[in-house]
Design a protein around this ligand. Structure first.
Ligand code: NAD
Ligand code: TDX
Length: 350
Protein backbone atom coordinates (compact mmCIF):
# COMPACT_ATOMS: atom_id res chain seq x y z
CA UNK A 1 0.00 0.00 0.00
CA UNK A 2 1.30 3.42 -0.98
CA UNK A 3 0.51 6.28 1.39
CA UNK A 4 0.42 9.59 -0.48
CA UNK A 5 0.17 13.03 1.09
CA UNK A 6 -1.69 15.43 -1.20
CA UNK A 7 -1.54 19.04 0.00
CA UNK A 8 -4.18 21.59 -0.97
CA UNK A 9 -6.66 18.83 -1.80
CA UNK A 10 -9.68 20.90 -0.76
CA UNK A 11 -8.94 23.52 -3.41
CA UNK A 12 -9.88 23.64 -7.08
CA UNK A 13 -7.19 21.50 -8.77
CA UNK A 14 -6.30 19.57 -5.62
CA UNK A 15 -9.85 18.25 -5.24
CA UNK A 16 -9.74 16.88 -8.81
CA UNK A 17 -6.36 15.25 -8.11
CA UNK A 18 -7.59 13.73 -4.82
CA UNK A 19 -10.75 12.41 -6.50
CA UNK A 20 -8.78 10.85 -9.35
CA UNK A 21 -6.26 9.13 -7.05
CA UNK A 22 -8.88 7.89 -4.54
CA UNK A 23 -11.07 6.45 -7.32
CA UNK A 24 -8.33 5.07 -9.59
CA UNK A 25 -5.97 3.66 -6.97
CA UNK A 26 -7.95 1.81 -4.28
CA UNK A 27 -4.64 0.33 -2.99
CA UNK A 28 -3.28 3.78 -2.15
CA UNK A 29 -4.12 5.63 1.04
CA UNK A 30 -4.66 9.29 0.14
CA UNK A 31 -4.13 11.78 2.97
CA UNK A 32 -5.43 15.22 2.04
CA UNK A 33 -3.75 17.97 4.05
CA UNK A 34 -5.35 21.40 3.78
CA UNK A 35 -5.56 24.51 5.95
CA UNK A 36 -9.03 25.28 4.61
CA UNK A 37 -8.30 28.90 3.77
CA UNK A 38 -11.01 30.88 1.97
CA UNK A 39 -10.11 28.75 -1.11
CA UNK A 40 -10.41 25.35 0.56
CA UNK A 41 -13.84 23.76 0.54
CA UNK A 42 -14.58 20.23 1.73
CA UNK A 43 -17.84 20.32 -0.21
CA UNK A 44 -15.58 19.76 -3.25
CA UNK A 45 -15.00 16.19 -2.03
CA UNK A 46 -18.34 14.97 -0.65
CA UNK A 47 -18.48 12.18 -3.28
CA UNK A 48 -15.30 10.50 -1.97
CA UNK A 49 -15.08 11.60 1.68
CA UNK A 50 -16.33 8.23 3.01
CA UNK A 51 -14.04 6.03 0.91
CA UNK A 52 -11.77 3.78 3.01
CA UNK A 53 -8.61 4.92 1.17
CA UNK A 54 -9.16 8.64 1.95
CA UNK A 55 -8.44 10.78 5.01
CA UNK A 56 -8.50 14.52 5.65
CA UNK A 57 -6.08 16.38 7.93
CA UNK A 58 -6.60 20.07 8.68
CA UNK A 59 -3.14 21.61 8.94
CA UNK A 60 -1.12 24.64 7.88
CA UNK A 61 2.08 23.96 5.92
CA UNK A 62 3.69 27.09 7.36
CA UNK A 63 3.81 25.36 10.76
CA UNK A 64 6.99 23.29 10.56
CA UNK A 65 6.44 21.44 13.86
CA UNK A 66 2.99 20.24 12.75
CA UNK A 67 4.36 19.04 9.40
CA UNK A 68 7.30 17.27 11.09
CA UNK A 69 4.98 15.55 13.56
CA UNK A 70 2.79 14.33 10.69
CA UNK A 71 5.75 12.94 8.70
CA UNK A 72 7.10 11.27 11.85
CA UNK A 73 3.73 9.59 12.48
CA UNK A 74 2.62 8.68 8.97
CA UNK A 75 5.58 7.32 6.96
CA UNK A 76 4.39 8.76 3.64
CA UNK A 77 5.68 7.20 0.41
CA UNK A 78 5.16 10.35 -1.61
CA UNK A 79 3.97 13.96 -1.54
CA UNK A 80 1.97 15.67 -4.26
CA UNK A 81 2.15 19.32 -3.27
CA UNK A 82 -0.57 21.70 -4.47
CA UNK A 83 -1.30 23.82 -1.38
CA UNK A 84 -0.70 27.45 -2.24
CA UNK A 85 -2.06 30.94 -2.26
CA UNK A 86 -3.10 30.96 -5.92
CA UNK A 87 -4.71 34.27 -6.89
CA UNK A 88 -2.54 36.92 -8.59
CA UNK A 89 -4.73 39.87 -7.51
CA UNK A 90 -4.54 38.81 -3.86
CA UNK A 91 -0.74 38.57 -4.17
CA UNK A 92 -0.66 42.20 -5.32
CA UNK A 93 -2.67 43.20 -2.24
CA UNK A 94 -0.75 41.00 0.27
CA UNK A 95 2.53 39.48 -0.97
CA UNK A 96 3.62 38.22 2.46
CA UNK A 97 0.90 35.56 2.65
CA UNK A 98 2.30 34.19 -0.63
CA UNK A 99 5.86 34.07 0.69
CA UNK A 100 4.67 32.30 3.82
CA UNK A 101 2.60 29.55 2.21
CA UNK A 102 4.22 29.17 -1.20
CA UNK A 103 7.87 29.52 -0.17
CA UNK A 104 8.15 28.76 3.57
CA UNK A 105 5.37 26.15 3.42
CA UNK A 106 7.09 24.34 0.54
CA UNK A 107 10.46 24.44 2.32
CA UNK A 108 8.83 23.03 5.47
CA UNK A 109 7.53 20.07 3.46
CA UNK A 110 10.92 19.58 1.79
CA UNK A 111 12.68 19.66 5.17
CA UNK A 112 10.30 17.06 6.58
CA UNK A 113 10.83 14.83 3.53
CA UNK A 114 14.60 15.27 3.80
CA UNK A 115 14.59 14.36 7.49
CA UNK A 116 12.02 11.54 7.65
CA UNK A 117 12.84 9.88 4.31
CA UNK A 118 16.57 9.63 5.07
CA UNK A 119 18.04 6.33 3.81
CA UNK A 120 15.16 5.69 1.41
CA UNK A 121 15.16 8.68 -0.97
CA UNK A 122 15.16 6.27 -3.93
CA UNK A 123 11.78 4.84 -2.82
CA UNK A 124 10.05 8.18 -2.13
CA UNK A 125 8.87 10.97 -4.41
CA UNK A 126 8.16 14.71 -3.93
CA UNK A 127 5.97 16.12 -6.72
CA UNK A 128 5.66 19.90 -6.88
CA UNK A 129 2.70 21.33 -8.83
CA UNK A 130 3.58 24.70 -10.32
CA UNK A 131 2.54 27.25 -12.89
CA UNK A 132 3.56 28.64 -16.28
CA UNK A 133 3.55 32.14 -14.73
CA UNK A 134 7.12 31.55 -13.48
CA UNK A 135 8.32 32.06 -17.07
CA UNK A 136 6.97 35.62 -17.25
CA UNK A 137 5.14 37.05 -20.25
CA UNK A 138 5.31 36.30 -23.97
CA UNK A 139 4.87 38.77 -26.81
CA UNK A 140 2.70 37.99 -29.82
CA UNK A 141 4.67 34.82 -30.69
CA UNK A 142 6.61 31.99 -29.04
CA UNK A 143 5.84 29.43 -26.34
CA UNK A 144 7.25 28.45 -22.96
CA UNK A 145 9.35 25.27 -22.98
CA UNK A 146 10.96 23.53 -20.01
CA UNK A 147 14.22 25.40 -20.76
CA UNK A 148 12.69 28.91 -20.86
CA UNK A 149 14.40 31.13 -18.25
CA UNK A 150 12.40 32.12 -15.21
CA UNK A 151 11.17 35.73 -15.26
CA UNK A 152 8.28 36.08 -12.79
CA UNK A 153 6.49 39.42 -12.52
CA UNK A 154 3.77 39.17 -9.87
CA UNK A 155 4.34 38.40 -6.18
CA UNK A 156 2.39 35.17 -6.84
CA UNK A 157 4.63 34.02 -9.69
CA UNK A 158 7.76 35.14 -7.81
CA UNK A 159 6.73 32.97 -4.85
CA UNK A 160 6.02 29.97 -7.12
CA UNK A 161 9.36 30.47 -8.89
CA UNK A 162 11.16 30.49 -5.53
CA UNK A 163 9.40 27.29 -4.46
CA UNK A 164 10.31 25.58 -7.79
CA UNK A 165 13.97 26.52 -7.23
CA UNK A 166 13.90 25.12 -3.67
CA UNK A 167 12.40 21.83 -4.85
CA UNK A 168 15.12 21.43 -7.51
CA UNK A 169 17.82 22.50 -5.02
CA UNK A 170 16.77 19.68 -2.64
CA UNK A 171 17.24 17.23 -5.52
CA UNK A 172 20.65 18.59 -6.51
CA UNK A 173 21.93 19.09 -2.96
CA UNK A 174 20.42 16.25 -0.92
CA UNK A 175 19.35 13.76 -3.59
CA UNK A 176 15.57 13.90 -2.94
CA UNK A 177 13.53 12.33 -5.75
CA UNK A 178 11.57 15.29 -7.09
CA UNK A 179 9.44 16.12 -10.13
CA UNK A 180 7.98 19.51 -11.07
CA UNK A 181 5.25 20.40 -13.53
CA UNK A 182 4.37 23.88 -14.76
CA UNK A 183 0.81 24.18 -16.04
CA UNK A 184 -1.22 26.82 -17.84
CA UNK A 185 -4.61 28.24 -16.70
CA UNK A 186 -7.07 25.57 -15.62
CA UNK A 187 -10.86 25.72 -15.85
CA UNK A 188 -13.71 23.40 -14.86
CA UNK A 189 -15.95 22.57 -11.90
CA UNK A 190 -15.24 23.70 -8.30
CA UNK A 191 -13.20 26.72 -9.44
CA UNK A 192 -13.33 29.53 -6.86
CA UNK A 193 -15.38 32.46 -8.22
CA UNK A 194 -12.60 35.02 -7.84
CA UNK A 195 -10.89 33.66 -11.00
CA UNK A 196 -11.97 34.93 -14.42
CA UNK A 197 -14.18 32.09 -15.72
CA UNK A 198 -16.21 31.24 -12.58
CA UNK A 199 -16.45 34.93 -11.65
CA UNK A 200 -17.85 35.74 -15.08
CA UNK A 201 -20.30 32.79 -14.97
CA UNK A 202 -21.58 33.93 -11.57
CA UNK A 203 -21.92 37.56 -12.62
CA UNK A 204 -23.61 36.76 -15.94
CA UNK A 205 -26.05 34.48 -14.14
CA UNK A 206 -26.91 37.29 -11.69
CA UNK A 207 -26.97 39.97 -14.42
CA UNK A 208 -24.05 41.77 -12.75
CA UNK A 209 -21.18 43.59 -14.56
CA UNK A 210 -18.44 41.29 -15.89
CA UNK A 211 -15.10 43.05 -15.19
CA UNK A 212 -12.54 42.75 -18.00
CA UNK A 213 -9.11 44.15 -17.12
CA UNK A 214 -7.65 46.73 -19.52
CA UNK A 215 -8.82 46.09 -23.07
CA UNK A 216 -9.17 42.33 -22.64
CA UNK A 217 -6.21 41.77 -24.98
CA UNK A 218 -4.29 39.47 -22.60
CA UNK A 219 -3.98 35.87 -23.72
CA UNK A 220 -4.21 32.76 -21.56
CA UNK A 221 -3.81 29.08 -22.56
CA UNK A 222 -6.76 27.21 -21.00
CA UNK A 223 -6.72 23.56 -19.92
CA UNK A 224 -9.59 21.39 -18.63
CA UNK A 225 -8.80 20.71 -14.95
CA UNK A 226 -9.36 16.94 -15.30
CA UNK A 227 -6.75 16.86 -18.08
CA UNK A 228 -4.34 18.51 -15.62
CA UNK A 229 -5.17 15.90 -12.96
CA UNK A 230 -4.52 13.14 -15.53
CA UNK A 231 -1.19 14.74 -16.47
CA UNK A 232 -0.19 14.83 -12.78
CA UNK A 233 -1.10 11.13 -12.49
CA UNK A 234 1.03 10.23 -15.53
CA UNK A 235 4.01 12.36 -14.46
CA UNK A 236 3.83 11.14 -10.85
CA UNK A 237 3.97 7.51 -11.95
CA UNK A 238 6.26 7.69 -14.99
CA UNK A 239 8.63 10.66 -14.85
CA UNK A 240 12.30 10.08 -14.17
CA UNK A 241 13.69 11.75 -11.06
CA UNK A 242 14.55 15.44 -11.29
CA UNK A 243 12.43 16.04 -14.40
CA UNK A 244 10.22 19.01 -15.23
CA UNK A 245 7.19 18.89 -17.55
CA UNK A 246 5.16 21.74 -19.01
CA UNK A 247 1.41 21.06 -19.20
CA UNK A 248 -0.86 23.11 -21.46
CA UNK A 249 -3.94 22.98 -23.60
CA UNK A 250 -2.63 24.42 -26.91
CA UNK A 251 -5.68 26.58 -26.45
CA UNK A 252 -4.92 30.29 -26.45
CA UNK A 253 -7.72 32.81 -25.97
CA UNK A 254 -7.77 36.58 -25.64
CA UNK A 255 -9.75 37.33 -22.47
CA UNK A 256 -12.31 39.39 -24.38
CA UNK A 257 -12.93 36.64 -26.95
CA UNK A 258 -13.31 34.08 -24.17
CA UNK A 259 -15.84 36.28 -22.35
CA UNK A 260 -17.85 36.76 -25.57
CA UNK A 261 -17.94 32.96 -26.06
CA UNK A 262 -19.02 32.51 -22.44
CA UNK A 263 -21.77 35.14 -22.87
CA UNK A 264 -23.05 33.28 -25.95
CA UNK A 265 -23.14 29.93 -24.08
CA UNK A 266 -24.88 31.59 -21.11
CA UNK A 267 -27.49 33.30 -23.33
CA UNK A 268 -28.29 29.90 -24.71
CA UNK A 269 -28.42 28.09 -21.34
CA UNK A 270 -30.41 30.84 -19.61
CA UNK A 271 -32.87 31.33 -22.49
CA UNK A 272 -31.77 34.93 -23.06
CA UNK A 273 -31.73 36.54 -26.49
CA UNK A 274 -28.32 36.41 -28.14
CA UNK A 275 -26.20 39.44 -27.17
CA UNK A 276 -28.00 40.11 -23.86
CA UNK A 277 -25.25 38.77 -21.56
CA UNK A 278 -22.51 40.56 -23.54
CA UNK A 279 -24.08 43.88 -22.50
CA UNK A 280 -22.73 43.12 -18.99
CA UNK A 281 -19.08 43.31 -20.15
CA UNK A 282 -17.40 46.20 -18.34
CA UNK A 283 -13.82 47.28 -19.01
CA UNK A 284 -12.06 48.12 -15.74
CA UNK A 285 -8.60 49.30 -14.64
CA UNK A 286 -5.92 46.86 -15.69
CA UNK A 287 -4.13 44.53 -13.23
CA UNK A 288 -0.73 45.97 -12.19
CA UNK A 289 2.10 44.22 -14.06
CA UNK A 290 -0.45 42.24 -16.09
CA UNK A 291 1.39 39.57 -18.16
CA UNK A 292 0.36 39.92 -21.81
CA UNK A 293 0.41 36.34 -23.01
CA UNK A 294 1.07 32.80 -21.78
CA UNK A 295 1.39 29.78 -24.08
CA UNK A 296 2.76 26.37 -23.16
CA UNK A 297 4.70 23.99 -25.37
CA UNK A 298 3.90 20.56 -23.91
CA UNK A 299 5.72 18.55 -26.60
CA UNK A 300 7.98 16.89 -24.01
CA UNK A 301 4.99 15.54 -22.06
CA UNK A 302 3.26 14.43 -25.25
CA UNK A 303 6.32 12.70 -26.72
CA UNK A 304 7.78 11.13 -23.59
CA UNK A 305 4.66 10.24 -21.59
CA UNK A 306 2.00 10.16 -24.29
CA UNK A 307 -0.30 12.74 -22.67
CA UNK A 308 -2.61 14.92 -24.78
CA UNK A 309 -5.54 17.11 -23.71
CA UNK A 310 -8.85 15.27 -24.11
CA UNK A 311 -11.43 18.02 -24.35
CA UNK A 312 -12.08 20.82 -26.88
CA UNK A 313 -12.45 24.22 -25.19
CA UNK A 314 -15.99 25.00 -26.39
CA UNK A 315 -17.20 21.64 -25.08
CA UNK A 316 -15.34 22.06 -21.79
CA UNK A 317 -16.65 25.59 -21.28
CA UNK A 318 -20.21 24.44 -21.91
CA UNK A 319 -19.78 21.59 -19.39
CA UNK A 320 -18.35 24.08 -16.89
CA UNK A 321 -21.32 26.44 -17.30
CA UNK A 322 -23.71 23.50 -16.88
CA UNK A 323 -21.92 22.45 -13.65
CA UNK A 324 -22.25 25.94 -12.14
CA UNK A 325 -25.92 26.19 -13.12
CA UNK A 326 -26.66 22.72 -11.71
CA UNK A 327 -24.72 23.39 -8.49
CA UNK A 328 -26.29 26.64 -7.39
CA UNK A 329 -25.97 25.56 -3.74
CA UNK A 330 -22.17 25.19 -4.05
CA UNK A 331 -21.90 28.62 -5.66
CA UNK A 332 -24.19 30.42 -3.21
CA UNK A 333 -22.46 28.78 -0.20
CA UNK A 334 -19.11 30.00 -1.54
CA UNK A 335 -20.25 33.51 -2.40
CA UNK A 336 -22.10 33.90 0.96
CA UNK A 337 -19.26 32.38 3.00
CA UNK A 338 -21.51 29.59 4.39
CA UNK A 339 -19.03 26.89 3.41
CA UNK A 340 -16.55 28.26 5.94
CA UNK A 341 -19.07 28.23 8.76
CA UNK A 342 -19.62 24.54 7.95
CA UNK A 343 -16.02 23.47 8.20
CA UNK A 344 -15.20 25.74 11.12
CA UNK A 345 -17.78 23.74 13.12
CA UNK A 346 -16.71 20.39 11.69
CA UNK A 347 -12.96 20.65 12.02
CA UNK A 348 -12.28 23.06 14.86
CA UNK A 349 -9.60 21.63 17.12
CA UNK A 350 -8.70 18.59 15.00
P1 NAD B 1 -6.81 27.00 -4.86
O1 NAD B 1 -6.57 28.37 -4.34
O2 NAD B 1 -8.13 26.66 -5.43
O3 NAD B 1 -6.50 25.92 -3.72
C1 NAD B 1 -5.40 26.01 -2.86
C2 NAD B 1 -5.62 25.10 -1.66
O4 NAD B 1 -4.47 25.21 -0.80
C3 NAD B 1 -6.85 25.48 -0.83
O5 NAD B 1 -7.61 24.33 -0.52
C4 NAD B 1 -6.26 26.10 0.43
O6 NAD B 1 -7.07 25.91 1.59
C5 NAD B 1 -4.92 25.35 0.55
N1 NAD B 1 -3.93 26.11 1.30
C6 NAD B 1 -3.58 27.43 1.12
N2 NAD B 1 -2.66 27.78 2.05
C7 NAD B 1 -2.40 26.68 2.78
C8 NAD B 1 -1.52 26.42 3.88
N3 NAD B 1 -0.75 27.39 4.39
N4 NAD B 1 -1.49 25.17 4.39
C9 NAD B 1 -2.27 24.18 3.88
N5 NAD B 1 -3.15 24.38 2.87
C10 NAD B 1 -3.20 25.62 2.33
O7 NAD B 1 -5.64 26.76 -5.92
P2 NAD B 1 -5.65 25.92 -7.29
O8 NAD B 1 -6.07 26.81 -8.37
O9 NAD B 1 -6.35 24.64 -7.06
O10 NAD B 1 -4.08 25.66 -7.45
C11 NAD B 1 -3.47 24.51 -6.87
C12 NAD B 1 -2.00 24.51 -7.22
O11 NAD B 1 -1.84 24.49 -8.63
C13 NAD B 1 -1.25 25.76 -6.74
O12 NAD B 1 0.02 25.36 -6.30
C14 NAD B 1 -1.15 26.63 -7.98
O13 NAD B 1 0.00 27.45 -7.93
C15 NAD B 1 -1.04 25.59 -9.06
N6 NAD B 1 -1.56 25.99 -10.40
C16 NAD B 1 -2.81 26.52 -10.54
C17 NAD B 1 -3.30 26.82 -11.83
C18 NAD B 1 -4.68 27.37 -12.04
O14 NAD B 1 -5.04 27.67 -13.19
N7 NAD B 1 -5.53 27.47 -11.02
C19 NAD B 1 -2.48 26.61 -12.93
C20 NAD B 1 -1.19 26.09 -12.75
C21 NAD B 1 -0.75 25.77 -11.47
O1 TDX C 1 -12.14 39.88 -13.07
C1 TDX C 1 -11.19 39.56 -13.81
N1 TDX C 1 -11.06 40.16 -15.04
C2 TDX C 1 -10.04 39.89 -15.89
O2 TDX C 1 -9.95 40.47 -16.99
C3 TDX C 1 -10.21 38.58 -13.42
C4 TDX C 1 -10.31 37.89 -12.08
C5 TDX C 1 -9.20 38.30 -14.31
N2 TDX C 1 -9.09 38.94 -15.49
C6 TDX C 1 -8.00 38.59 -16.42
C7 TDX C 1 -6.62 38.50 -15.82
C8 TDX C 1 -5.97 37.41 -16.64
O3 TDX C 1 -5.43 37.93 -17.85
O4 TDX C 1 -8.30 37.25 -16.88
C9 TDX C 1 -7.11 36.47 -16.99
C10 TDX C 1 -7.23 35.27 -16.07
O5 TDX C 1 -7.17 35.76 -14.74
P1 TDX C 1 -7.22 34.78 -13.47
O6 TDX C 1 -8.41 33.90 -13.59
O7 TDX C 1 -7.07 35.62 -12.24
O8 TDX C 1 -5.95 33.85 -13.73
P2 TDX C 1 -4.40 34.19 -13.93
O9 TDX C 1 -4.04 35.47 -13.31
O10 TDX C 1 -4.08 34.01 -15.38
O11 TDX C 1 -3.72 33.00 -13.06
C11 TDX C 1 -4.29 31.67 -13.09
O12 TDX C 1 -3.55 30.83 -13.94
C12 TDX C 1 -2.26 30.45 -13.53
C13 TDX C 1 -4.33 31.07 -11.68
O13 TDX C 1 -5.05 31.94 -10.82
C14 TDX C 1 -2.94 30.81 -11.16
O14 TDX C 1 -3.01 30.17 -9.88
C15 TDX C 1 -2.24 29.90 -12.13
O15 TDX C 1 -0.92 29.67 -11.70
Amino acid sequence: MKKILITGGAGFIGSHVVRRFVNNYPDYMIVNLDKLTYAGNLANLTDIEDKPNYRFVKADITEASVINELFNKENFDAVIHLAAESHVDRSIADPTAFVMTNVIGTVNLLNAAREYWKGSYDKKRFYHVSTDEVYGALGETGMFTESTSYDPHSPYSASKAASDHFVRAYHDTYGLDIVVSNCSNNYGSHHFPEKLIPLAINNIKNAQPVPVYGKGENVRDWLWVEDHARAIDVIFHQAKTGQTYNIGGHNEWKNIDLIHLLCKIMDNKLGRTEGESAKLITFVTDRAGHDLRYAIDSTKLQNELNWVPSLQFEEGLEKTVEWYLENEGWLSDVTSGNYQAYYENQYEGR
